[in-house]
Design a protein around this ligand. Structure first.
Ligand code: DGL
Length: 330
């Protein structure tokens, strides 16, 4: 029998730490109330998968997470991964922004050890809650050697997703997580099975290290529609170093917003065209002449993750070409 892996489980809140008044409360309940020790006590059999250690880092809904929260989670995970007696880390997290935290870790951790972010759509107190099984599966994934070297993972509903691709795609159903190119694999009865690896660079192969990141530059997101006023775009652009413009279709920009966005670019704000569709790529120099206007495009990334990527890229460069390469590479 091989030795069990040492896994640290970090609690940050969310529905997986939630509690409803009655078992029928699958959707109306208090979030972020159970401590990580209490949650782990609901799955005593997880100790057969790994030696577990728990710590409570935060206790709040992930809708509140800002750049400081991301840095705090990343720094703590990094210091744990640096310890010889830690083989992997599981982070319990609200599902609302799980993909952003996971992607941030995927781009900034400098370790091949498995890191798994997990949440649930129903609190542990609800009928047919997914909390216990998702956490059990996440521990199984973090403890398994096949999970090394493939970046940060999100486990939910029996599936293993790469942090780069996974998106919360449903507000309420158990089957809430989707990756546009499919999951990497799945977990069945405590054993992960993989069928593909992430292609884009991550963790050890990115230029960003959580251990050296300081304050992060401000990047904001503007969600576009035909009636959006130029004032709104100008107000947001006035305080940002980067602006993800979530255009219609293939990143289209309404005629009356072209000049405000060009103005922002002339003033040194990095304007990135993204898409409201949630799928597909925004073609550079397709719907708009990006070269002429000094704009960037997201390639295939969704707006919240494009914000994370541009934020990190701006810690090292203001060069347009280098910034565009980041969207093609990560
Ligand atoms: N407060 C929400 C969050 O922490 C709850 C959503 C969830 O965890 O499913 O993201």
């Amino acid at each position: 029998m091989t030795e069990k892996a040492n896994i640290v489980v970090i609690g940050t809140g969310g529905t997986i730490a939630g509690q409803g008044k009655a078992v029928i409360n699958t959707s109306a309940y208090l979030c972020s109330v159970l401590g990580i020790d209490e949650i782990l006590r609901t799955i005593p059999h997880a100790s057969e998968l790994a030696n577990l250690r728990a710590e409570q880092l935060l206790q709040t809904g992930s809708e509140n997470f800002n750049n400081e929260h991301l840095l705090a989670i990343g720094r703590r995970v990094s210091s744990l991964l640096a310890q010889d007696d830690v083989d992997g880390v599981v982070i319990t997290h609200g599902t609302d922004t799980i993909e952003e935290t996971a992607y941030f870790l995927h781009l900034t951790l400098k370790s091949a050890k498995p890191v798994v972010v997990v949440g649930s759509m129903r609190p542990p107190s609800a009928m047919s809650s997914d909390a216990a099984l998702n956490l059990y599966d996440a521990i199984a994934v973090a403890a398994h050697p096949s999970s090394r070297g493939i970046g940060t993972l999100v486990v939910a509903n029996d599936e293993i997703h790469t942090a780069r691709d996974v998106v919360k795609s449903n507000s309420i159903k158990l089957e809430a997580f989707r990756s546009p190119y499919g999951a990497l694999g799945h977990v069945i009865e405590g054993r992960p099975r993989y069928y593909r690896r992430p292609w884009r660079a991550h963790t050890l192969d990115t230029p960003w290290s959580i251990d050296t990141l300081g304050a992060l530059p401000k990047v904001d997101i503007v969600y576009a529609y035909g009636a959006l006023s130029p004032d709104a775009v100008e107000a947001i652009a006035a305080h940002a170093r980067g602006l993800i413009y979530v255009g219609t279709g293939n990143g289209n920009v309404a005629e009356h917003l072209i000049e405000p966005l060009r103005d922002a670019a002339r003033r040194g704000v990095h304007v990135v065209r993204a898409s409201r569709t949630g799928n597909g790529i925004v073609l550079r120099n397709g719907a708009q002449p990006d070269d002429a206007y000094g704009w960037l495009t997201v390639e295939d990334q969704i707006p919240p993750k494009a914000r994370i990527l541009l934020t990190l890229a701006l810690t090292q460069t203001d060069d347009m070409q280098a910034l565009q390469v980041a969207f093609e590479r990560y």
